[in-house]
Design a protein around this ligand. Sequence first.
Ligand code: BGC
Length: 245
Amino acid sequence: MHILGIDVGGSGIKGAPVDTETGELLTERLRIKTPKSAEPEPIAEVVKQIAQSFHWNGPTGIGFPAPIKGGVAMMAANISEKWIGVNADTLFTSITGCDCTLVNDADAAGLAEMAFGAGRGQPGTVIMLTLGTGIGTAIFHRGHLLPNTEFGHLEMEGEDAEFRTSDAARQREDLSWKKYAKRLNKYLMQMEKLFWPDLFIVGGGISKESEKFLPLLTIDTPVIPAQLLNQAGIVGAALAARKGE
Ligand code: BGC
């Protein structure tokens, strides 16, 4: 099935039509900067622009940086608070004219990695982490997703974990890879203690540079980089929009 996958991120909104059988993008992806306000209407306009650029009017999956219940954004950490309570499914569907389905962005990335990437065939408990503007988490057991987990907001040293350990924090504080790995290790240790996972998969833009920090980690659970890099969000959003599964 061909579905348009769109990944709404803190800095960019990216999309491409996806073949959901193979996980391949059907064309090169289009990226447009996230409007500064990150409010509902301007973001929906960018999503419309992306759909139009592919002459798309079919099913569309949208990965969104918030927990999503029944199409409604429940919380807003790195986007405008105006999203809270908005039925984003309905908003995107009415503005684009495409049948839109929303999913949390980390859940989307996890679905893609489990189907086509680093998590393929992994039977136990797998935790996918996306390290970007925030920290997104997606938890799978025997391939099944527990949706909308928000462990980027685990409290550590009195703060949201993502405030100190996201890739944005690394850049903002200009941390060396060694210092960053130390922070990430602390966070992963905490997650390890809470979930006893069999595997961590680290995704987000930073996964391109995984050889700079993954070897510095000392936790017991294996940690591997995501394989779909910055395509995971697009592919997974398309997977989430398949109907009747
Ligand atoms: C949001 C999550 C999202 C993550 C990554 C967090 O701040 O609360 O819903 O998955 O950032 O974008």
